[in-house]
Design a protein around this ligand. Structure first.
Ligand code: PLP
Length: 377
């Protein structure tokens, strides 16, 4: 059996709506994007939802919105996809990485406070928190928001991996001044490429709409550009996919939750591997990936190779951002800077995970994993 690492869940409704767009003249800036934005804003319970060409584009626009200036410090976590730190660099800001909580793999509150005090003492206080909600689980938001208030920081949420996730009953993306989601095909819902920014701020809403559309004025006047903008628009075909996936979102999230439950049950019997354990304040996990931790004595590369030979792809996830070659070269970062991030990232293994995964496929993956772990114990 060969099992994919991930796979989108596309049904007849998606095909119908994309076809509908193809039969119109509007392949960009048409009615579908408005429909998608309305559905999305209603789902998250925020006033504005602004569709963009990717999650990265959405995060970049948030850095513009907070008015990030060259040299400004933004606290974030290194255990993430590179885009969450790169968006700070786009505006000349400096990402300051804080270590993570070993359970949620998100910014640790005590480490964040320590870093904020350190920056204050050095005379370079932080401007903002870019809170990454990794793997569909939220940070401990209450104390983090308290810190943000105490240190007068803007809060932007990178909720690219967390659509539908909840912290004490509150939805991902709704804690900060703005939140950003992403719809790459491995995500809980997809538009091919695409992203969404949500905010309650009317001024930011106008700014995002202008900046995604080459800095046009509020009325979108023909070739009248009042700001330095970008082409970060989402096209109508992607928006049509988004509408269909939004309509099916409860079903898409539940299928993934079922796959996660199957994994959790099977993994209990397998020695040498830890299943993810959501924190008590996580009232809803939005399963994005299924990342287990191998016991430290295993050689992860060897396990990955042996699993691949059995048709089971598995990936190390994440290599921390501060140890990515570009960051090492530019900032001189070295291993040892973030002990928890580094220790955990050496043991993590993403198993095949997608909503359409069958119980048989999970049994196959778990049998293969048990065999391989036994073989190399
Ligand atoms: C945590 C995180 N931030 C940002 C992004 C960027 O999203 P995109 O790939 O749509 O640009 C992603 C998704 O890939 C992500 O997982």
């Amino acid at each position: 059996m060969q099992i994919p690492l991930s796979s989108p869940d596309i049904g007849p409704r998606e095909i119908e709506l994309v076809n509908q767009v193809l039969r119109t003249r509007y392949l960009s800036i048409g009615p579908m994007i408005e429909r998608f934005e309305k559905l999305f804003a209603r789902f998250v319970g925020r006033k504005h939802a602004i569709a963009v060409s990717s999650g990265t584009a959405g995060l970049h626009l948030c850095m513009r919105a907070i008015g990030l200036q060259p040299g400004d410090r933004v606290l974030t976590s290194s255990f993430s996809f590179i885009a969450s730190a790169n968006c700070i660099l786009y505006e000349g800001g400096i990402p300051i990485f804080v270590d993570i909580d070993p359970q949620t793999l998100n910014m640790d509150v005590a480490a964040t406070r320590e870093k904020l005090l350190e920056l204050q003492r050095a005379g370079t206080p932080a401007r903002a928190l870019l809170v990454v909600q990794i793997f569909g689980q939220l940070c401990d938001m209450d104390p983090l928001l308290k810190l943000a208030a105490e240190f007068e920081l803007e809060v932007i949420e990178d909720a690219c991996e967390a659509i539908g996730a909840e912290y004490k009953g509150q939805q991902a993306g709704t804690f900060g001044h703005a939140g950003v989601f992403a719809f790459y095909p491995n995500k809980q819902m997809t538009t091919g490429e695409g992203g969404m920014i949500i905010t309650d701020d009317d001024t930011w809403n106008e700014l995002f709409r202008s900046l995604r559309n080459q800095g046009r004025d509020k009325a979108g006047t023909w070739l009248n550009h009042v700001d330095l903008g970008y082409n970060y628009r989402m096209d109508e075909l992607s928006a049509a996919l988004g509408v269909a996936q939004m309509e099916r979102l409860p079903e898409l999230l539940e299928k993934r939750a079922q796959v996660a439950r199957w994994y959790a049950t099977r993994l209990q019997e397998i020695e040498g591997v830890e299943a993810p354990q959501p924190a008590p304040y996580t009232t809803r996990m939005s399963w994005f990936v299924y990342v287990v931790r191998l016991a430290p004595e295993y050689d992860r590369e060897q396990i990955i190779k042996a699993l691949a030979a059995k048709g089971v792809p598995a990936r190390p996830y994440f290599k921390p951002i501060h140890l990515q070659p570009y960051y090492v070269q530019r900032f001189g970062y070295r291993p040892g800077m973030l002990p928890i991030t580094e220790a955990i990232s050496q043991r993590t293994l993403a198993l095949p995970f997608f909503g359409k995964m069958t119980k048989d496929q999970i049994d196959y993956v778990c049998d293969a994993l048990a065999e391989v772990l036994h073989q190399y114990a």
